[in-house]
Design a protein. Structure first.
Length: 372
């Protein structure tokens, strides 16, 4: 008995030692990441913009002069200032006008986002599809922005960047642990929680922790850095973190296969009290803005294909509801999914999407609110 107790105590002490060692290694890695370890280098102009934008004595002329040193960045910021993203009537013809329109603080995070996107490759590298990653990130960012415009509890442009960069830690995680190791990510890890648990158990750190450390090192605003782990504190996280998580769920519902299409309406209502019509505005505005932003971030998009995928999901959802709603759809003329041609040529494709989403928003889902 005494021997058994002795070995039990030794085992418990050893377990505590292993746990403390793992935690020390994890904390050390996070500290090194926050100091720039294994992180890609962003544009020096973008980094300098961050410093200038935080300087109270900095002028519009100072910022415009700095941006001019990076012609590619200058052209892309000017295009963004004139895009549907900012919903402006008069075009900005000079960099000074673009700086004023975008705003000092938003300018720095827009420049950082463009530089961040340019830092990573595109295409498929060692089995990882960077194109698909940035495509999903862009949709999530635009959904976060549009939700912020509807809810009005945080800055829409900052919300866009928070949504866009929400998964950036995975790019760094992939480079550090997966890319050259021969390791493969289990395809069954179809939820964020499962993926984070797998990463933590396998490597002692997860990509959201890496993302927070990287964004902190690159001097993104604290409100954006906090979104990396905000989902852990729902529903008590910051408004921006909550909107990012809702946008992530909406992205999965609209473009992925792992969530039911009805969830996006239910989540919006449960979390923020948003009605179906507000969510329809969010979805439609995303597709109206995506092309201009994608071009400036150099992300290849196929909006027509994504719209068709959305319509297929919407119509499958419609086919599963009550006969009453089905009859109402028929009385409205029997809405059918648009073809590539009707969307490309503008023959009412957007109207068809709008009408179908409107029909979906009439569905009252009487399921209880789900716990966070």
């Amino acid at each position: 008995m005494v021997v058994c107790q002795y070995f039990l105590i030794v085992f418990q002490n050893f377990s505590c030692y292993i746990h403390e060692t793992v935690m020390d290694v994890q904390a050390d890695l996070i500290r090194r990441l926050e100091s720039g370890f294994s992180l890609p280098t962003l544009s020096m102009v973008a980094i300098r913009l961050v410093e200038l934008a935080s300087d109270e004595e900095c002028s519009v002329n100072d910022l415009a002069s700095l941006i001019e040193k990076d012609p590619s960045l200058a052209v892309r910021l000017l295009r963004i200032a004139n895009s549907a993203f900012f919903k402006s009537v008069e075009p900005a013809k000079t960099l000074k006008q673009a700086v004023i329109r975008i705003g000092f603080q938003q300018l720095r995070i827009m420049a950082l986002s463009i530089s961040l996107r340019d830092t990573f490759p595109m295409g498929i590298v060692k089995g990882f599809d960077y194109e698909r990653f940035w495509r999903a990130s862009l949709y999530r960012g635009l959904m976060t922005k549009s939700l912020a415009e509807q809810i009005k509890n945080c800055n829409p442009e900052e919300a866009f960047v928070a949504g866009l960069t929400l998964g950036v830690g995975f790019l760094i995680f992939f480079n550090m642990f997966i890319k050259d190791s021969g390791e493969e990510i289990d395809h069954r890890l179809d939820s964020l929680q499962k993926l984070l648990v797998w990463e933590q158990e396998k490597f002692g750190v997860n990509h959201r922790q890496i993302g927070a450390a990287a964004l902190h090192y690159w001097k993104f605003p604290d409100s954006i850095v906090e979104c990396q782990e905000g989902f852990l504190r729902l529903p008590d996280s910051s408004p921006l973190s909550s909107i990012c998580e809702l946008a992530r769920n909406m992205s999965m519902s609209l473009l992925g296969k792992s969530k039911d299409f009805h969830d996006l309406y239910r989540d919006a209502k449960d979390w923020f009290g948003l009605g179906g019509s507000a969510i329809n505005v969010v979805i439609l505005s995303v597709f109206q803005e995506v092309d201009a932003i994608a071009e400036n971030l150099k992300i290849e998009m196929d909006k027509e294909k994504d719209l068709l995928g959305l319509m297929e999901k919407a119509n499958r959802a419609l086919s599963s509801i009550s006969e009453k709603i089905s009859m109402m759809q028929l009385q409205r003329g029997g809405i059918e999914p648009p073809s590539f041609e009707t969307i490309k040529e503008g023959k009412g494709g957007q109207d068809v999407v709008s009408h179908t989403l409107q029909a979906l928003s009439l569905i009252h889902i009487s399921e209880p609110t789900r716990p966070y």
